[in-house]
Design a binder for this molecule. Sequence first.
Ligand SMILES: [Zn+2]
Ligand SMILES: [Zn+2]
Length: 360
Amino acid sequence: MAHEVRGVVATAKKAPVTVETITVPDPGPGEALVRVKACGVCHTDLHYREGGINDDFPFLLGHEAAGVVEAVGDGVTGVAPGDYVVLAWRAPCGLCRSCRRGRPWYCFDSANAKQKMTLGDTPLSPALGIGAFAELTLVAAGQCVKVDPRARPEAAGLIGCGVMAGFGAAVNTGGVGRGDTVAVIGCGGVGDAAIAASSLAGARTVIAVDVDARKLEWAKGFGATHTVNSTEVDPVEAIKELTDGNGADVVIEAVGRPETYRQAFFARDLAGTVVQVGVPNPTMTVELPLIELFGRGGALKSSWYGDCLPSRDFPVLIDLYLSGRLNLDGFVSETIGIDEVEEAFHKMERGEVLRSVVVL
Ligand SMILES: [Zn+2]
Ligand SMILES: [Zn+2]
């Protein structure tokens, strides 16, 4: 039996999103039907609606969600109805060349639901294979990661995307550890999660860099030891000054622009690591002196979804939250209704919120 529920749909490029009645099928083999409790509004949702990801309109938006499994299809053993889960957009297949080499966190063939949710007769493209600004959504069972139900859904859902991306960029991709100096360029949700993770991992210096004084103030709340407003000072010089003239061991670029990438490149110490987690647009290029690429050594890395393994990492982040060491509540700027997503995009563009979270 199919279910008729409300969902937030982007029907055409740059058109405001609308709440529509969509049809969600019962789960088939390997699938799970999830009753969504809360879902954060992420920049990627806006990128979809702007046509910046692809042209497969209409999109069912939303992908940072926590909910409860309502039903599962044949052959599903990992989750059962009633389980409290955070949805992941990586569900390792176990079969691709990366999984087979023991690197499931890079899985090149992540699983999604096979059946389509629909708007009338038109198949919907769920954002990042999730589509969770909806009362019910259909995903691959492997996308459901069981976590401790004591974590409230408004906070728990955020580890499904932005928080995990930033946290993992620091500790999984950047390998931040005790005694490191870290700089984070761009202090939105992803950057602040990288700051929180660096602090938890024992970094001795965590420098937050942004153009917005309000965001720098928030960054301090997540563990930044120093802040740099790059509209006032040269961030490369400022980071060097704060690290005995050397630059940081790990610089995390959480903006996705050529100028901030160059700042990250030049603000790291010799043999240091740059982690790019900010998502650039397809037209951007960056030019760097080749001798500096060689001469500085170290590593230039990019981080896909924090190089996370959801089944390993989500429960850890939830436990850190429940024990008071990871302030997930600090990312929740406001809770909103399902019909307020368009307005939340505008607040996000104006930099007024870390996350608006739709509560269902
Ligand atoms: Zn795989
Ligand atoms: Zn996202």
